[in-house]
Design a protein around this ligand. Structure first.
Ligand code: SF4
Length: 392
């Protein structure tokens, strides 16, 4: 019989009774070495919500630029903005709208349901670029969901638009052009010390929550992230999660949309100003994914983003609280763990399904809003809409 870490006895009782965990519970989970009890508890919650279903989607990540006016210390993606008249630094790029649209259209033709777009804070791209980008993809790929822009990008757009727009005006303009939801990146860790040490010039928690509050008020769904494994500790992680949970409580009660998914992002030090740090271990990754599942009684999905966790650990995590593996991705430029350092980072549908089946789960293709997809080759429909059409 397995023995349970006695420090977790109360936590086990709370989880089995369906009670909400507090900060001290979260810290005890982090301090415990009893990874099997933590996994069993997280799996208990996951199965209560989703049974043995594990979700994936067919998507394409397309960053529009890696040129950024900021220099977050954890970031290995950005290239510094060149001085006026100077040549861009090696490896810097900014894609034209037509090239972005062509890449999205290529994915759409292959059956992708979602395009995921984020980028650096480019010093000279005008506000109209982002509107044209959404509108161009919407016209070329009418049914493709555009999940785009972190909170810091939205705030950047409000600053560069003329006349200056509020967050609500900016989100409305982007939605009118085709934006479907926000991916939720850029939250990092909500803590002043961590902010000052790792991403000083980036908008802090107030700005991030402002964007997500307004999005939820307008009926735009978003996700919530946590970048962990750099200069923060377990206390700051738990505080971060509790702030997200409190926001979700209000969104569920008072707003028209909410977080669909929490995405813990495992820090990859290589190439960043924090390259001397070791980054999270596999056990830290697994424990964090499970603890996130246990702390959120009000967010339906927990995602293991396989690009950052590795496909192998993401697969294991399906029995440690995770119910979603994200998608086929194809190209990813923000971090490079898989793919031998290139931006080509792809899992085929066959491989995603095999990973899920081997974990003892049932693969279900979803769209961005977690509606089930029925698929015939590259053709697809949202299951509920398909059923309605069949009835009519
Ligand atoms: S994390 Fe984002 S805002 Fe910060 S330097 Fe990288 S691209 Fe720029």
């Amino acid at each position: 019989m397995p023995t349970i870490d006695s420090a977790l006895t109360d936590v086990v009782a709370k989880v089995e009774a369906g009670e909400r965990l507090g900060a001290e519970d979260g810290l005890r989970l982090y301090r415990s070495r009893d990874i099997f009890t933590i996994g069993r508890l997280a799996n208990h919650v996951r199965e209560h919500l989703h049974g043995r279903v594990a979700f994936y989607n067919i998507n394409r990540h397309i960053p529009y630029t890696n040129i950024c006016v900021l220099r977050c210390r954890f970031c290995s993606f950005y290239r510094p903005a060149p001085a006026k008249g100077a040549a861009p630094p090696a490896g810097a790029y900014a894609l034209r709208v037509e090239d972005m649209v062509a890449r999205a259209a290529e994915a759409y033709a292959c059956g992708a349901t979602e395009v995921h777009i984020v980028g650096g804070l480019h010093p000279t791209l005008p506000f109209e670029y982002y509107i044209d980008l959404c509108r161009g993809i919407r016209e070329a790929c009418p049914r493709m969901h555009i999940k785009a822009f972190t909170a810091i990008e939205i705030i950047h757009f409000t600053r560069i638009s003329r006349p200056r727009r509020s967050i609500a005006e900016m989100l409305e303009a982007l939605r009118e052009a085709g934006l479907g939801s926000l991916p939720g990146g850029g939250a990092e860790i909500f803590d002043d010390r961590v902010h000052d040490e790792a991403f000083r010039n980036k908008v802090g928690e107030q700005g991030w929550f402002d964007v997500h509050r307004v999005a939820h008020e307008m009926g735009l769904f978003t996700n919530a992230t946590m970048l962990y494994g750099h200069v923060e500790g377990p206390e700051e992680r738990i505080t971060h999660l509790l702030k997200l949970r409190a926001h979700q409580d209000v969104s569920l009660r008072e707003r028209r949309a909410h977080f669909n998914c929490v995405v813990p992002l495992s820090f990859i030090p290589d190439g960043s100003a924090l390259a001397h740090m070791p980054g999270p271990t596999g056990l830290d990754d697994l424990k964090t994914l499970a603890i996130v599942r246990l702390m959120f009684d009000n967010v339906p999905h927990v995602k293991a983003f396989w690009v950052m966790h590795s496909p192998k650990l993401a697969q294991v995590s399906l029995n440690w609280g995770v119910d979603d593996l994200d998608g086929t991705v194809v190209h990813y430029d923000i971090t490079k763990r898989e793919g031998g350092g290139t931006t080509h980072q792809e899992l085929t549908v066959e491989r995603l399904k095999r990973m899920i089946l081997e974990a003892g789960c049932v693969p279900v293709e979803r769209d961005t809003l977690y509606r089930r997809i029925v698929r015939d080759g590259d053709d697809w429909a949202v299951a509920a809409e398909n059923e309605r059409r069949n009835r009519e």
